[in-house]
Design a protein around this ligand. Structure first.
Ligand code: GSH
Length: 206
């Protein structure tokens, strides 16, 4: 049985939760308290971070690696394009999501003093990476790129509270977010803004 070590607060772990839900993968989900990480988990997980999976005798850290492994190793909905060009486009999209979205906004979750890039600077490279017809990142097929990007959008209200910046998306991103937000797996794994605000307000135990 697959074991997924998770914190609902963590956007990287959210990526793995979205894949297990989209593919209906039976698994044990183990909650890790990030504010008081247990010693046994520090010893188990090589990066001392979530997400982390164990599957039979195998184990893997790193959300993007986990997403790709789960999609390849388990049956059900395929979240990776069948053709080589589609897969190459998905890797490009994952790269843009990491370098243009996650890198740009993650520091704002950690501290109150961080300035978000201006809307144009933040969204233009992502808008350009989205398929013109949509509704998903690469077009008609839902792929790992969609599930890799979504967790940061669900947490935007936290940033809005800290920075005063509303989510002001250009058209393709707006259409993309509407489509992804309504997927059954996304709805199933969604946590409320109150959940994020309360969890972030609690002080760390260490
Ligand atoms: N590159 C990693 C990042 C994972 C990560 O940063 N996880 C955070 C929580 S969101 C974590 O576990 N940090 C360890 C800690 O808080 O001690 C991935 O993609 O999985």
């Amino acid at each position: 049985m697959l074991k997924l070590y998770n914190s609902d607060l963590c956007p990287f772990a959210h990526r793995a939760r979205l894949v297990v839900s989209a593919k209906s993968i039976e698994h044990d989900r183990i909650h890790i308290d990030l504010k008081n990480m247990p010693q046994w988990y520090r010893e188990l997980s090589p990066n001392q971070s979530v997400p982390f999976i164990q599957h039979d005798e195998k184990s893997l850290p790193e959300s993007l690696i986990i997403m790709q492994y789960l999609d390849e190793a388990f049956p059900g909905l395929k979240l990776t394009p069948e053709d080589a060009y589609g897969r190459a486009k998905m890797r490009l999209a994952l790269d843009a999501i990491g370098s243009k979205l996650v890198t740009a906004i993650s520091p704002a979750f950690r501290g109150p003093d961080f300035q978000l890039p201006a809307d144009e600077e933040l969204w233009s490279p992502l808008e350009a990476s989205l398929d013109a017809d949509g509704p998903f990142w690469l077009g008609a097929q839902l792929t790992l790129a969609d599930l890799a990007a979504y967790p940061w959008f669900e947490r935007w209200p936290l940033l809005q509270q800290r920075t005063g910046r509303a989510l002001n998306l250009p058209p393709r991103l707006k259409r993309w977010l509407a489509a992804v937000s309504n997927l059954p797996a996304v709805l199933k794994e969604a946590r409320s803004t109150e959940f994020y605000l309360e969890a972030m307000a609690q002080p760390a135990a260490r």
